[in-house]
Design a protein around this ligand. Structure first.
Ligand code: ADP
Ligand code: ADP
Length: 239
């Protein structure tokens, strides 16, 4: 079944930059899709339109059978629990602990940070600790985020998204700041999220080899348009 469908989506920044131009594709439940393309192609804009961090200029975005283009604030808050976002630079609150960052995801963007752990009951804390354990971070639960390696920070980002029980994860260059070993760990976790939890994953990557080895499907973007949409098997990396 189809989880996400984009119909004629365009995004213009200001008067001249057409970052996305008539983008059409759909994604099935549980699929692992990589979006590849050069810097400036529109990959990041595409993901941000899908969870309405930014507004597309035109077109339709249908998620879970509902057009999300006209969602109000309350509907958007709910949408963002169902669509988790993973960022290149992690977007953690560095002076808070790992568990506080994970639980903070549940409060949404605009919550205050003061005394945050006290806002949660024991069951919520237990769930956060369990999720961190699944991501191999049991030793890091009460550490401050600024004491973690990049790969560990990204795993906190994944835990923060997963604790909300999402249907889909959007990952914007999740391994672009990581070394090859940490990159493999993160990609393996994302693959696991897709195969064992049934969560749909869309990941922006500039490493074509990584995209080819992990994905069910590749979407190639160039200058705001989709130039490829198909199996990784049909792509040759020869120049
Ligand atoms: P990618 O993720 O593939 O590198 P982006 O989506 O970041 O591409 O950018 C696509 C195009 O849109 C680029 O030309 C970029 O400069 C432009 N762009 C991205 N964000 C903004 C913004 N907030 N304001 C104006 N132009 C932007
Ligand atoms: P990242 O490395 O996280 O993709 P970018 O350098 O692409 O960061 O973008 C950082 C921020 O600047 C984003 O919020 C993006 O929307 C904005 N941005 C990117 N390109 C432009 C642009 N040409 N004009 C204005 N803002 C831009």
């Amino acid at each position: 079944t189809t989880l996400l469908e984009l119909k004629g989506v365009s995004k213009q920044y200001g008067n001249d930059t057409l970052a996305l131009s008539d983008v059409n594709f759909s994604v099935k439940e549980g699929e692992f899709v990589s979006v590849i393309g050069p810097s400036g192609a529109g990959k990041s804009t595409l993901l941000r339109c899908i969870n309405r961090m930014i507004d597309a200029s035109s077109g339709e975005i249908i998620f879970d059978n509902v057009d999300i283009m006209n969602f109000n604030k309350r509907e958007l808050r709910r949408l963002r629990t169902q669509i988790g976002m993973i960022f290149q630079h992690y977007n953690l609150v560095n002076r808070l602990s790992v568990i506080e960052n994970v639980l903070h995801g549940r409060l949404g963007y605009k919550s205050t940070f003061a005394g945050i752990l006290g806002l949660y009951n024991e069951e919520e804390k237990r769930q956060a600790i369990q999720m961190l354990g699944l991501l191999g971070l049991e030793e890091q639960v009460y550490k401050r985020c600024d004491q973690l390696s990049g790969g560990q920070k990204q795993r906190v980002g994944i835990a923060r998204a997963l604790i909300q029980d999402p249907k889909m994860l959007l990952c914007d260059e999740p391994i672009a700041s990581l070394d090859p070993n940490a990159s493999k760990v993160i990609m393996d976790y994302l693959k696991d999220v897709s195969t064992t939890m049934g969560i749909t994953v869309i990941v922006n990557l500039h490493q074509v080899d990584v995209a080819l080895s992990y994905s069910d499907r590749i979407i190639g973007v160039s200058k705001g348009s989709i130039v490829y949409n198909g199996s990784p098997k049909d792509i040759t990396t020869e120049q």
